[in-house]
Design a protein around this ligand. Structure first.
Ligand code: NAD
Length: 506
C-alpha cells in the first residue's frame, strides 16, 4: 500500500489553543479538587492543548456521592411529578440543540472524531433527552384486580436511588445521554464520571442542567480517573446502582467492586460484532455497510462490525470490493467537514491496534489493504490506515478480540451452521448482522445468533425507542427504550385487603 491509494484529508488549519477549563459539579456548585490537582487533555489529531480539568480525588468523589444521597433522600426530585421532571429534560434538550456547535467542536478536539459525525451525535443526544422526557410522563406500574374479592394489589415502580454513571471516551456526550436522562426520568439522583480522555462535554452538560433549573445535588459530576474516582463510585455504600459503559475488563472489576454492597450493576461493554453475508446477499448494499461498520469512529466503537463472515462463493468478490471502497473513505483532519474518519484516541492505542495486525501477519494472515499507521499532512496525531485482513482462522486474536480500530477481519463459511458457530464463537454478544435476500435465512440467523441487537440487511441503525445492550461478555442490562428507564427502577409490591373477611390465624 502506498499512501496515494487512500483518500487523505490534510489539516484544514491548526485549532487555536482556546483552553477549556472543567471543574467538578458537586451539590450545585462548580468546584476545584480539594487538593487543587488538575490534568490536561490534548487533541489526539492536532496535538494542541484543549482542556485543563480538575483531577478528582477520594474526598471529591465522596462529597459528590453524599450530595446525591442527600438529594435523593430529601425526596424532592424522586417525588416530583413526571410532568415537572419531563419539563426539565425537555428544556435541557433545547439547550443541547442551542449549544450543538460548541459541544461538537470540543468533542472533536478531545476525541479525534470527525466534526460532521460529532454534530450528528449531539443532535441524537438531544433526541434521547426528549424521549426520556416522554417516559417520565408515561411511566406506571401494574394493578392486580383478580386476586379474589377481598384483595387488591399494586406493583409500584420506584427510582432505585443514587446511581453512579461511568462513561468511556468513544461517544462521550451520546453515551452520557443514553444514561442520565433515563435515570433522571426515573427519579434517581446521580454522580457522573466521564472518561479522563474526554471530560469536557460532560461538564458542559452539567452547565446546561443548571441553566435548565435542575435542583442542586440531583446531578453531580466528578472529573478524574478510574483510580480513585471510579473505584469509589462503584464501592461506596451510599450508592445504590452503577451504570457503566466501557471495556469488558473494567466492567468485570466494577462487578467485583460493587459486590460487597450488592449494588445493581448495568454494563455496556465490548463487542466483536459479525456481519454475515450469505451467497444471495445484496452485495452493493452489504459492501457499503461493511465499510461503514468498520471505519465509523475509526473502529473505536462497541458496535464496530469488526468481523465479516462471508459465504465462500462470494468471499473473493466481497473482499475485492470492500478494499476498493476502503480507498475512497476520507481519513484525516477531524475538523474538516468532508472527513469521515479521524484520529486514533492516543498513541498507546494505535500501538495496540498495530500489534493485532502484526501478530496476525506473523501467523499467516494476508493484509488486503492498510495494516499500518499513516501520516496525514499537517497533523501530528495518530492515524491508522483502513485495514482489511484475510486468510484468518477463527482462533486468532484479531478474529475474536476487540481490536477497537479500523481493522476488518474476514472469515468464510459454507453452511448456516458454520456461520452461526463462527458468529457465536467469540466471548462477546453485542450486535450481529445478516445479509440475505431470503427472509427465512435472515430470521433463522436472527433467532440463533447470540447478540443483544441483530440487524438484517442493514448495520448500526439506532433509535431512542429500541433497547440496546449485550449478552455474554458484552454486558448486562439494557439502555434506551422503556427498558432503559426500567433499569433505574425498583419494584415494590403493595397488597391491600379490602373488607375484613380473612379468617384469623390464631
Ligand atoms: P475503559 O473501561 O478503559 O474506561 C471506561 C470508564 O471507566 C472511564 O471513565 C474510566 O476512567 C473508568 N474506569 C477505569 N477503571 C475503572 C475502575 N477500576 N473503576 C471504575 N471506573 C473505572 O473503556 P474506554 O477505553 O474508555 O472505552 C472503550 C471500551 O468501551 C471498549 O471496550 C468499548 O467496546 C466499550 N464501549 C461499549 C459500549 C456499549 O454500549 N456496549 C459503548 C461504547 C464503548
Amino acid at each position: 500500500m502506498t499512501v496515494h491509494d487512500l483518500t487523505l484529508i490534510p489539516a484544514k488549519s491548526q485549532p487555536e489553543d482556546a483552553l477549556h477549563n472543567a471543574q467538578h459539579l458537586i451539590d450545585g456548585a462548580w468546584v476545584d479538587s480539594a487538593d487543587g490537582a488538575v490534568f490536561e487533555r490534548r487533541s489526539p489529531a492536532h496535538g494542541t492543548l484543549v482542556s485543563r480539568i480538575a483531577k478528582g480525588g477520594a474526598s471529591d468523589a465522596e462529597a459528590a456521592i453524599l450530595a446525591a444521597r442527600r438529594a435523593f433522600d430529601a425526596g424532592d426530585w424522586a417525588q416530583m411529578s413526571g410532568k415537572d421532571r419531563a419539563a426539565l429534560l425537555l428544556k435541557t434538550a433545547d439547550l443541547i440543540d442551542e449549544n450543538r456547535a460548541r459541544i461538537a467542536r470540543l468533542e472533536v478536539l478531545e476525541s479525534g472524531k470527525p466534526i460532521s459525525q460529532a454534530e450528528a451525535e449531539i443532535e441524537g443526544a438531544a433526541d434521547l433527552w426528549r424521549f426520556a422526557a416522554s417516559l417520565a410522563r408515561t411511566l406506571h406500574g401494574d394493578s392486580h384486580n383478580s386476586l379474589g374479592k377481598d384483595m387488591l394489589a399494586m406493583v409500584l415502580k420506584e427510582p432505585i436511588g443514587v446511581v453512579s454513571l461511568i462513561t468511556p471516551w468513544n461517544f462521550p456526550f451520546l453515551i452520557v445521554s443514553q444514561k442520565l436522562p433515563f435515570a433522571l426520568a426515573a427519579g434517581c439522583t446521580c454522580v457522573v464520571k466521564p472518561s479522563e480522555l474526554t471530560p469536557s462535554t460532560t461538564g458542559i452538560l452539567g452547565e446546561l442542567l443548571m441553566q435548565a433549573g435542575l435542583p442542586a445535588g440531583v446531578v453531580n459530576i466528578v472529573q478524574g480517573f478510574g483510580d480513585p474516582v471510579g473505584s469509589i463510585l462503584t464501592s461506596h455504600p451510599a450508592v445504590d446502582m452503577v451504570s457503566f459503559t466501557g471495556s469488558t475488563q473494567v466492567g468485570k472489576a466494577i462487578e467485583k467492586a460493587a459486590a460487597d454492597t450488592l449494588k445493581k450493576v448495568a454494563s455496556e461493554l465490548g463487542g466483536k460484532n459479525p456481519q454475515v453475508l450469505f451467497a444471495d446477499a445484496d452485495i452493493d448494499s452489504a459492501v457499503d455497510a461493511i465499510v461503514f461498520g468498520i471505519y465509523f469512529n475509526a473502529g473505536e466503537c462497541c458496535n464496530s462490525g469488526s468481523r465479516i463472515i462471508v459465504h465462500e462463493d462470494i468471499a473473493q468478490e466481497v473482499t475485492r470490493r470492500v478494499v476498493a471502497l476502503s480507498r475512497k473513505v476520507p481519513f484525516g483532519d477531524p475538523l474538516h467537514p468532508d472527513t469521515k474518519v479521524g484520529a486514533i484516541i492516543h498513541q498507546g492505542h494505535q500501538d495496540k491496534i498495530n500489534s493485532y495486525v502484526q501478530e496476525a501477519v506473523a501467523a499467516g494472515a494476508k493484509v488486503e489493504i492498510g495494516g499500518a499507521p499513516i501520516q496525514v499532512d499537517g497533523l501530528e496525531g495518530a492515524f491508522f490506515a483502513p485495514t482489511v485482513v484475510s486468510s484468518l482462522t477463527a482462533d486468532m486474536p484479531i478474529a475474536r478480540e476487540e481490536v477497537f480500530g479500523p481493522v476488518l477481519a474476514v472469515l468464510t463459511f459454507r453452511t448456516m451452521d458454520e456461520a452461526i458457530a463462527l458468529a457465536n464463537g467469540a466471548n462477546y454478544g453485542l450486535s450481529a448482522g445478516v445479509w440475505s435476500e431470503n427472509i427465512h435465512t435472515c430470521l433463522e440467523f436472527s433467532r440463533r445468533v447470540q447478540a443483544g441487537t441483530v440487524w438484517t440487511n442493514t448495520w448500526m441503525d439506532g433509535f431512542s425507542e429500541l433497547p440496546f445492550g449485550g449478552v455474554k461478555e458484552s454486558g448486562q442490562g439494557r439502555e434506551l427504550g422503556r427498558y432503559g428507564l426500567e433499569e433505574f427502577m425498583e419494584l415494590k409490591t403493595v397488597q391491600m385487603r379490602i373488607g375484613r373477611s380473612r379468617t384469623h390465624w390464631i
